[in-house]
Design a binder for this molecule. Sequence first.
Ligand SMILES: Nc1ncnc2c1ncn2[C@@H]1O[C@H](COP(=O)(O)OP(=O)(O)OP(=O)(O)O)[C@@H](O)[C@H]1O
Ligand SMILES: [Mg+2]
Length: 276
Amino acid sequence: MTTTHSLAAEHLTLGYGDRTVIDSLDLAVPPGRVTAIVGANACGKSTLLRSMSRLLAPRAGRVVLDGKEVHRLPAKELARTLGLLPQAPIAPEGITVADLVGRGRHPHQSVFTRWKDEDDEAVAAALDATDTAALADRAVDELSGGQRQRVWIAMALAQQTDLLLLDEPTTYLDASHQVEVLDLLTDLNRSRGTTVVMVLHDLNLAARYADHLIALAGGRLHAAGTPDEVLTEDTVRTVFGLDSRVIEDPVSGKPLMLPIGRHHVRRPDDARSAAG
Ligand SMILES: Nc1ncnc2c1ncn2[C@@H]1O[C@H](COP(=O)(O)OP(=O)(O)OP(=O)(O)O)[C@@H](O)[C@H]1O
Ligand SMILES: [Mg+2]
């Protein structure tokens, strides 16, 4: 079992140059739960995740992990507790899948300890869990987008952290692999107590898989709570400027969002004319 950790943003302000992206945000990640962050493009989701994993220093406020300021922790110490899958990671040229996933073990090694059996086991388990074992000897830059995404997820899993932050882990994945990856993260959460925080664009998968849903808008927290509380027609309109219907997902019982665009919307007389 993993230890549960508390991770929170306190009055966190983030930005680039003279632009503020996240404005005095207060947010607590529920320990031992699955959290999904949703919001429009460019609203600051990746910026927030990067700051929570120490890659971007705050303008003001702080990120606190177990009472300690994340930006004051040594990188390696943090990497043993918290892993990040960035939105667009870049692999060193020519690196093989096995070597890249093996890099996930670096935080557990020191200059004095060499590669151990448990490192092999962690890499093998991560390859297996992400359905990438058959790719182990292939070069990462020769893989398809979806294969590559699963390899990056494997690297994050090999790090075996109690907290896992994933920026759009299902990008590039086909429908079956999307569900497989989200099921796998749920398994990790349930069997080991891993705290999962992920950015997802698919609101319906977010509502289905997250215990806690966070909607960001305009650099601020628009709503946070259970999927039932957060995924409403009002939230979708305010956060995405999109009209929608939210119904009950017949599979999971969670909210299911159906977007209303300008086309392909059934009018009241359509059923009549189709019938006659
Ligand atoms: N390295 C950077 N330098 C300058 N501006 C940046 C940088 N990274 C992001 N930004 C800007 O910060 C804002 C938030 O970007 P961010 O990547 O956090 O958005 P996001 O919510 O993850 O969007 P998406 O859904 O498209 O991934 C955007 O306006 C973006 O242009
Ligand atoms: Mg992003």
